[in-house]
Design a protein around this ligand. Sequence first.
Ligand SMILES: [Zn+2]
Length: 684
Amino acid sequence: MKNLWNDGDAERLVADYAKKGVARDLALRVYTTRLLGGEPRLVLHGGGNTSCKTKATDLVGDEWDVLCVKGSGWDMGVIEPQGLPAVKLGALLKARALASLADEDMVALQRANLMDPASPNPSVETLLHAFLPHKFVDHTHSTAILAIVDQADSKPLIKTVFGDKMGYVPYIKPGFDLAKVAADVYDADPSVEGLILDKHGIFTFGDDPKQAYDRMIHYVNVAEDYVAKNGKPKTAKAALPAKLATPAAIAPMLRGAVAVARGEGRFDRMISDFRTSDAIVDFINSAGIADYAGRGVSTPDLSIRIKTGPMAVPAPDADKIGDYKAVIKSHVDAFANDYRAYFETNDALDDVQRTMLDPMPRLTLVPGLGMFGHGRTLKDAKIASDVGEMWIEAVRGAEAVGSFHPLSKADLFPLEYWSLEQAKLASNKPKPLTGQVVLITGGAGAIGAATAKLFAANGAHAVVVDLDAARAAEAAKAAGNNSIGVGADITNPAELRAAFDKAVAVYGGVDILVSNAGAAWEGGIGELDDALLRKSFELNFFAHQSAAQNAVRIMLEQGTGGVLLFNTSKQAVNPGPKFGAYGVPKAATLFLSRQYALDYGAHGIRSNAVNADRIRSGLLTDAMIASRSGARGVSEKEYMSGNLLGQEVTAEDVAQAFLHQALAERTTADVTTVDGGNIAAALR
Ligand SMILES: [Zn+2]
């Protein structure tokens, strides 16, 4: 691992922060924290922490010795000074004399001594940083270090690899007890340059930030070199089918299997992020992969991301893909049952009240293909994949020098079910569509874009499909929540299929279709050119049918139901003069919606339609509004609000109707009217 310290960069950052009133110590603390945090082989997504001991002045001018330590929720790679809250050191040091300190009391002590009460919670490892006398302390979960410490008999190996310059700390759950033992280990030999924490990671320290950082990189290199020189790569590979199924073919099955059934057709769905590389596949193809996966996580804080460890499934045979759904299901069931047993066994050991987290895997290893990270959001799914890559590195190293033997699951349990994490559960309410994927055709138009925005605001990831790829990307960006835009001519079945494939590739599947794209052509029905009517049918009927077919194909593979929503327009029930070319296929689409409701209700797939009217959009442009209102001798405002409520109906109102239909769990074969009231078009 390369040492990235650069005097010029460090001094530039110090100078930049000096202008903002940040002192040199803290600026340098930020500098090396980012160096460490930018390397996934050292820390990942909020893991690891750093500190520095310095002085700070409070609002009444008193100067205090403080510990600036990483705050919870901050990522080291992008840390800012406010991510290293200052805690009065005196109170922290006094705590060392206590015989015990409950986690909640430790947090209370830390918060009570913050210089700025608005700061985030200081790290759970704050006391360990405080009890060490050095000005700068660095802590990482380096994969190379984990390869050495995740062994059955790690203590002698740690001595062999690191010698006397590193202290050995046995595994203890992070918190007060670990801080005390680590400090005792240091006091027993103050000549050490750092501490190796069994089954957990490494601390290094120094009088200045460079010394602490240099030592971190040095000892990580010592571990890497040891693995490189003494490691014997395991070569036994599992036999793979002659023809492997594709990731896209199995993603919806897997996504469906890991969805949490809430009963009565309700599911908490997850997003699946597929990740692969030669290194990933080479390791996952190992004959022992299921065994390794079952042994657990490489360092305890990964349990927040991938629970008790990954799930390995057999390689998917393209010729037996029909049986694979059952294979996946049996593996997910086994994982979930093991997880429940793990919870029940460990929960029964004391009388603390705990809520079991869902028992589903967050990382699936698929020989021949790669791995899927699962999470309630795309971000969480990607984090699970990132964690998976580092888990693979650590296990590969551990297996090369011995046998991967991480922290036991009994020891992992108190960490995964740390009382403060449990307290967060209550405040972490998901949004109504969290974990769901909506594909919207005509997604860059007024109604499509408003729908993408509203669904994304309600937790869904939107796949915005539009003829214009650039505008689709813009609408996706405006919708937010990691939504994506896809350019496609949806009257071309191959392009429409590719849009659904993209949804599967990025999110693992589709749960909601908003089949919205349409275009209007005019002309008396008796004189219409056949070609024009057929063209209208292509977009206003067949594209709806193709989109629904694609959606249903994926929904059936997932097995978690779904919703089809069609924009059928008022024309479907109430023809407008010279508007037959538009209204006739829309009427067919309304019937189509009911046919899907009938044919797929038993699979939990609902189908509804919205018939909107007179919405300012690409179909009813400002120029058309001006011309039509002029022809009728009314103002534009009167024309647009010519309904029972006397109010203009907007694209956002239509989006609300789609959202209502998506959320109304017992509503199917419904038509929702969004026209401000038009008795002639009212449904009977
Ligand atoms: Zn740690």
